[in-house]
Design a protein around this ligand. Sequence first.
Ligand code: SAM
Length: 220
Amino acid sequence: MQADFWHQRWQAGEIGFHKHEYNAHMTRFIDLLGIEQGDHVLVPLCGKSLDMIWLRDNMFHVTGIEISPIAVADFFSENNIEYEINEHQWGQAFQSDGITILCADFFDISSADLPHIDGIYDRASLIALPETMRPAYARHLSGLIPDTIRSLLITLDYPQQEMDGPPFAVTESEVNQLFGEQFIIEPIYSEDCLANEPRFQAKGLTRLDERVFLLTKNLP
Ligand SMILES: C[S@@+](CC[C@H](N)C(=O)[O-])C[C@H]1O[C@@H](n2cnc3c(N)ncnc32)[C@H](O)[C@@H]1O
């Protein structure tokens, strides 16, 4: 999706993806990342997700990447977190104690712009991107992290012909195609969550599978 699309969504407050509680899959499966207190978690395409608060409160350092300045400013103000802004060629870094959000296009960020990353929490990023952008996303994400690092990836899958995205449907086989060369992929959860999603029922979906994968980069 082009940047303008997301800027307009945030401007109009059309952010149905934003949740007001912590993600239950994250809290349940985060230990699978094999990270420890003080370790650094990357949250790509982070929006203003409260999951970053949970991660910080559980003693991880968080770096989010988000293109919308509205999302980033809202995150800090709504959570009463003081921050300072540092200017960079790719955008601005909003820095606080334990959470830094790089307000930038994900594709403009390189590993040199990040601290050493120990794990990735990746909810609703792939499904935010159209099919043509997803291979570049997977390649770029892989380039941002060292070998052996794990990612907790949360996606949605539904009959794509029933609704225009975003969120786009991402099948398990596409996850394998996108990440299979550089990651070991373990599907760890899948459930049809349509019964709990009235806004997607209203759009006529007949199935909405939420899936969680554990990806491990280049294990020997
Ligand atoms: C579906 S939302 C998910 C947000 C968050 N992960 C969550 O769980 O609430 C996708 C987010 O990605 C952001 N985004 C889209 N394209 C981006 C890009 N190229 N670089 C950085 N952020 C991007 C959008 O502004 C939006 O906040």
